[in-house]
Design a protein around this ligand. Structure first.
Ligand code: HEM
Ligand SMILES: *[C@@H]1O[C@H](CO)[C@@H](O)[C@H](O)[C@H]1NC(C)=O
Ligand SMILES: *[C@@H]1O[C@H](CO)[C@@H](O)[C@H](O)[C@H]1NC(C)=O
Ligand SMILES: *[C@@H]1O[C@H](CO)[C@@H](O)[C@H](O)[C@H]1NC(C)=O
Ligand SMILES: *[C@@H]1O[C@H](CO)[C@@H](O)[C@H](O)[C@H]1NC(C)=O
Ligand SMILES: *[C@@H]1O[C@H](CO)[C@@H](O)[C@H](O)[C@H]1NC(C)=O
Length: 367
């Protein structure tokens, strides 16, 4: 901001204080704050260990936790950036939340684990660690527990104050998407085709409700086999999910990688050529030639996929993040902070002496 650099003659003391406060408050907002590994080293040194403890405890009870938390980070980052908007249970602006949107309800899980992690970090260091960072740490810890793969997570994300059902529908890719549509949704987040193929490998863990693939195996009450689906796999799926599963088996889920649903391996890429990609969208990755070549490469080399997966998760974790003084550090992950506290400005208790003061009339009015 050019105005801050303009230097005038020493002014009256009152103006100097106003100007200094303006400078103190403008600088962090105008500096492009970046995510940083070890962000909580000074302010909450145990933050990452506490999150990991909560994730490990939940994983020990139910290994499916890992899949839930990996997907939670994806669904957070694709809607309004990685700002924990997906966790909000109430939208202060009115209307339904992301969490209530069809891609998230009822399938998204892991909210209880995030709440437990948040409770632990709040009691160690109140109002310090954002829910968005907890979600990013928890996804990394899940990948570590399910895939023995580790990466350091740059932190400093701030939590958003808006959650909007429509935005979830507009940004999250449904399982009915074609290769082109998938590419466009990822491109909208600056993710490449390769990153899209790499991230889709997350479907090597976890489960799906019947509704996400029912139209690949049933046409009304008549059995069908979608092209790209192996007939024997379709038969197996029909046994689990009857044609009227939405009413008759609403709680039935199917493992996306039946052989090792809790292990983050490269099986996803080995299953695709066998007609065992569960979703129409999964199978699109072998229909598109450029994507199919990547699939073949990751099927042949798990180390290669894991390296790229960690890199792509890091890139996903930076989508449209709020940092510095933007957003807030939520006290409870399901609710935005009370408005009074988010708008109150605490003045610095000590004002440095100002020999050569910056003057800017009107600046104080912007705060
Ligand atoms: C390429 C586009 C994608 C589509 C169309 C898609 C679609 C889906 C669908 C429909 C489900 C099952 C939901 C249900 O239970 O009905 C699912 C589950 C899952 N997805 Fe994706 N997804 C995509 C990309 C991703 C990405 C990028 C990640 C993470 C990096 C991811 C991670 C997961 C995980 C881990 C599960 C299992 C969740 C659980 O077991 O709770 N997906 N996905
Ligand atoms: C939610 O987002 C949609 C699409 O951007 C917008 O039209 C709508 O007004 C928003 N709803 C609320 C309650 O803000
Ligand atoms: C994608 O990159 C462009 C250009 O750098 C940037 O303006 C845009 O905000 C980015 N979008 C996302 C979702 O990160
Ligand atoms: C679902 O379909 C089966 C077989 O067609 C039938 O016996 C059952 O009553 C149906 N259930 C519901 C809830 O519609
Ligand atoms: C499905 O799960 C919900 C929530 O746990 C439960 O209320 C409902 O009775 C279950 N439905 C069936 C058909 O099992
Ligand atoms: C697999 O990928 C890794 C990481 O890129 C590479 O170092 C290794 O040489 C590859 N292995 C094979 C057999 O191509």
């Amino acid at each position: 901001m050019g105005v801050v650099g303009r230097r005038n003659k020493p002014a009256a003391a009152g103006v100097a204080v106003v100007a200094l406060i303006a400078v103190v408050y403008l600088l962090p907002a105008t500096t492009h704050a970046q995510l940083r590994v070890g962000f909580y080293d000074a302010t909450c040194p145990n933050a990452e260990a506490l999150v990991r403890q909560a994730v490990a405890a939940a994983f020990a009870r139910d290994a499916g936790t890992a899949a839930g938390l990996i997907r939670l980070h994806f669904h957070d980052c694709f809607v309004r950036g990685c700002d924990a908007s997906v966790l909000l249970t109430v939208n202060p602006g009115g209307g339904k939340t992301e969490r209530e949107a069809a891609p998230n309800n009822p399938s998204l899980r892991g909210f209880d684990v995030i709440d437990a992690a948040k409770a632990a970090v709040e009691s160690a260091c109140p109002r310090t660690v954002s829910c968005a960072d907890i979600v990013a740490f928890a996804a990394r810890d899940s990948i570590n527990l399910a895939g023995n793969l580790f990466y350091a997570v740059p932190a400093g994300r701030r939590d958003g104050r808006v959650s909007n059902e429509t935005e979830a529908l507009l940004n999250l890719p449904p399982p009915s998407f074609t290769a082109k549509e998938l590419t466009d949704r990822f491109a909208a987040k600056n993710l490449t085709v390769e990153e899209m193929v790499v991230l889709s490998g997350a479907h090597t863990v976890g489960r799906s409700f019947c509704s996400s693939f029912l139209d690949r195996i049933w046409n009304g009450s008549s059995p069908i086999v979608d092209s790209g689906l192996s007939p024997s796999y379709a038969t197996l799926l029909r046994g689990l999910c009857p044609w009227n599963a939405t009413q008759a088996a609403p709680n039935v889920t199917v493992s996306m990688d039946p052989g090792s649903p809790d292990v983050l391996d490269n099986n996803y890429y080995r299953l695709l050529p066998r007609g065992m990609g569960l979703f129409f969208s999964d199978n699109q990755l072998r229909v598109d030639p450029a994507m199919a070549a990547l699939v073949t490469g990751f099927a042949a080399n798990e180390t290669l996929w894991k390296t790229r997966f960690a890199e792509a998760m890091l890139k996903m974790g930076r989508i449209e993040v709020q940092t510095g003084r933007c957003g807030e550090v939520r006290r409870t992950c399901g609710l935005v902070n009370p408005t009074s506290s988010s708008f109150s400005v605490e003045l610095p208790s000590v004002v440095m002496s100002a020999p050569d003061v910056v003057e800017e009339e009107g600046v104080a009015a912007s705060y």
